[in-house]
Design a protein around this ligand. Structure first.
Ligand code: BGC
Length: 722
């Protein structure tokens, strides 16, 4: 790594145009156009070849060979010899895809998250990626929003832990190492609070709500050493995040002391004009720059106007220098001034990508993330079953990688059929598609074949779900049911053979209210990535015991959204939350208040009995701690893993508090017949909250501590904070 003086010298020798180049990121395909003629995207952008040599950052590219050729050409032409910084969205794997982040949350295993990110970093870095636009830690409560697939769900505590695990997994301890990438936490702030779950929609959130639910995961990533941050597209309380002074200056820079690089989201600076917050690009650029946005992603605004803004005295040169120094420092942290290629080679890329070990980790992850939502005892299936029918759009489909797949491909994914065939052999596995998973496709032409196949089999696995690109950016939905005629297919198949379980593929919680009574078991695979079919087969046949837990409520009806377990009490709560007839209570006339599946729910082939929850003392002071011991017994003949969850409720406070908040969890392995005691520590800071004036305080009084899961607490004790 170079010294600070080296970077300062470099900065001193740079012209204003060269400095501004460091503050712009353009797409990789703009750099690979021939010298002779600027065409395609670069031409549309209005950039000359000479200007292109000054640009400092690249968004997306093909592979190691592509990266090497872009970097080489750049260094041949850049008189300052400042390497380009290459960035990409490595969200749930680079080429070897593991489950989508919403599923990874369901594993409740930060260790697994870290291991998967480490593997992704190795593959991505070998292809030339320096920075990944992960972790995405947007707090969510509304499954209509398609980007819930990129998050770990509705709990701020879990999100923070999983976000920090991603930072650690990608970055490690030494960013100069050729198998590490820097991380970029996104999107600050409130993006997941888009009104009505419609992507990019306006966001109005109180400061109290932001601080208590939306900020903690961002802050946890900053504390874990994240190198970059991306503000969100949305307007937050009237001002888009990228130009929101309170958010970017007062909170991020001054209060949290974030000193890394801030990059705008794609074209977000220009979008201030569309928001109607700036009359033109120049004003937009000035506003964002003043709020500490250092790099403009695909930004015409910085490209066209920053120079004039500085020359006209509207942006001080010192501010430009400060921004450039941050970018240079990140390049230096990655060791790029010593090795602009960061150890990349085509050979290394081939050697570390999609290895059997990587696929093995992806499969184990897919198994740990799956959630057994319902099981009356039909699962696991016997490997002696004479014939199994796999029916539905996901029976033979490889389209289970999940959105934000980076360089992963459908063709890399193992289908359910192939996974099950690997266990049962070809002859005992029947398949029929029945229908598609497309919203607009109402054709029932495949039903007859599906019914015929169902009748021929002993057991049916209905492989249903949502098309994989129905979740993700700009993919909001208003009706969260199974798309197309899948429910009708399930009805027809179950009528032909009631021995039918459902295996789901989905990027968000779906409304399963009508499917649930039709089948004795539902196993949710989410979008499991490249090893999904093998993982599903192992789980279905009991070679692996499911251990995932829901991290985002599954609503009973789309109209329940937003729905989340950690909501404040109302003055008129329902006596029993699922009673529809209670008058003058906070309820729906046509649906209970509870979701179909709550946060923390997830079954196992083992039977876990929560035997006791004990506190070593019922009194807590500012300087003491309470030890909570939870004893769990595996009352079955099957080894398994259980996520022991700890919830807290503040019974009386000056602000209305959530009816439960997760304050601890631990995933423990319990062999058949084994009993374990899991210990948690409660201290005063864990009881703090933001009061009406947004002071972060704790208040003396009574609290409960419980175990079980969100809407189904099993054991509860009281304690007092003095
Ligand atoms: C998304 C970001 C992403 C960026 C670059 C944007 O549209 O909102 O999350 O990092 O594109 O791909």
């Amino acid at each position: 790594m170079k010294t600070k003086q080296y970077l300062e010298q470099l900065l001193n020798q740079m012209t204003l145009e060269e400095k501004i180049g460091q503050l712009i990121q353009l797409n990789g395909n703009m750099f690979s156009e021939t010298k002779a003629e600027i065409t395609g995207p670069a031409r549309k952008f209005g950039i000359t070849e000479e200007e292109l040599t000054r640009i400092g950052n690249v968004l997306n590219f093909d592979d190691a060979a592509h990266m090497i050729s872009i970097q080489k050409k750049h260094l041949e032409e850049d008189r300052n010899q400042i390497p380009l910084l290459f960035m990409m969205d490595v969200i749930h794997g680079f080429r070897t895809l593991y489950p989508i982040p919403l599923a990874m949350g369901a594993s409740f295993s930060p260790k697994l998250m870290e291991a998967c990110c480490e593997m992704a970093a190795k593959e991505a870095a070998a292809a030339g990626v320096h920075v990944t636009f992960a972790p995405m830690v947007d707090y969510v409560r509304d499954a209509r929003w398609g980007r819930v697939m990129e998050t770990c769900g509705e709990d701020p505590f879990l999100n923070g832990i999983m976000g920090a695990a991603q930072v650690k997994g990608f970055q490690g301890d030494d960013l100069t190492a050729p198998d590490r990438v820097a991380t970029c936490v996104k999107h600050l702030a409130g993006y997941g609070g888009a009104e009505a779950g419609r992507d990019y929609n306006t966001v109005e959130l109180s400061e109290r709500l932001l601080r208590e639910f939306y900020f903690p995961a961002d802050k946890a990533c900053i504390d874990a050493g994240v190198k970059m941050l991306m503000p969100s597209f949305n307007s937050l309380n009237g001002v888009p995040s990228t130009a929101n002074k309170w958010l970017m200056k007062d909170v991020l820079a001054d209060e949290w002391g974030f000193d890394g690089v801030v990059i705008s989201d794609y074209n977000a600076i220009e979008e201030l004009v569309v928001h109607g917050i700036a009359p033109d690009f120049r004003t937009a650029a000035k506003m964002c720059f003043a709020c500490g946005c250092h790099i403009g992603m695909m930004s015409n605004a910085y490209f066209e106007t920053l120079q004039a803004l500085v020359e006209d005295g509207e942006i001080p040169m010192e501010a430009v220098d400060e921004a450039v120094m941050k970018v240079l420092s990140l390049k230096n942290d990655l060791g790029l001034f010593d090795d602009p290629y960061h150890g990349v080679s085509v050979q290394r890329e081939a050697a570390v990508t999609m290895t059997p070990a990587n696929r093995d980790l992806a499969r184990r992850a897919a198994e740990e993330c799956a959630v057994l939502l319902k099981n009356t005892g039909i699962l696991p299936l016997s490997e002696n079953t004479r014939k199994v029918a796999l029916i539905g759009p996901f029976a033979t489909s490889q389209a289970i990688r999940g959105n934000w797949a980076c360089h992963g491909e459908n063709a890399d994914c193992v289908s359910v059929a192939d996974g099950v065939r690997a266990i049962l052999g070809e002859e005992r596995v029947l398949t029929a598609k029945g229908c598609t998973c497309y919203l607009e496709d109402l054709s029932t032409e495949g039903f007859d074949e599906a019914i015929r196949v169902a009748k021929e089999a002993d057991v049916v696995v209905l492989c249903l779900g949502e098309e994989q690109d129905y979740s993700g950016e700009s993919h909001s939905r208003v009706d969260l049911g199974l798309p197309g005629v899948q429910l009708e297919l399930a009805r027809a198949v179950v009528a032909a053979n009631p021995n039918a379980v459902a295996l789901l593929f989905n990027g968000r919680p779906l409304v399963l209210t009508q499917l649930e009574p039709l089948v004795p078991a539902i196993l949710d695979m989410w979008f499991p990535g490249c090893e999904g079919g093998n993982a599903a087969a192992n789980l279905l046949f009991g070679r692996t015991n499911p251990s995932g837990k829901v991290t985002m409520s599954f609503p009973k009806a789309s109209g329940q959204c937003p729905i989340y377990y950690n909501h404040p009490s109302t003055g008129r709560p329902k006596a029993t939350p699922d009673d529809v007839f209670q008058n003058c209570a906070s309820n729906y006339l046509d649906c209970g208040n509870l979701p179909l599946y709550s946060f923390g729910h997830g079954l196992s082939y083992s039977n876990f009995v929560y035997e006791s929850l004990e506190l070593d003392t019922p009194t807590l002071t500012k300087d003491s701690a309470i030890t909570v011991n939870v004893t769990v017994y595996n009352d079955s003949t099957v080894d398994g893993q259980e996520v022991v969850q700890l919830y807290m409720r503040d019974l009386v406070a000056s602000s209305v508090r959530p009816i439960q908040s997760l304050i601890g969890f631990e995933k423990v392995a319990l062999a058949a017949g084994e009993r374990k005691t899991v210990s948690f520590t409660i201290t005063e800071p864990m009881l703090r909250f933001y009061d009406f004036a947004c002071n972060y305080i704790s208040e003396a009084g009574e609290f409960t501590v419980s175990t079980g899961y969100a809407d189904h607490l099993l054991l509860t004790q009281k304690f007092t904070l003095q």
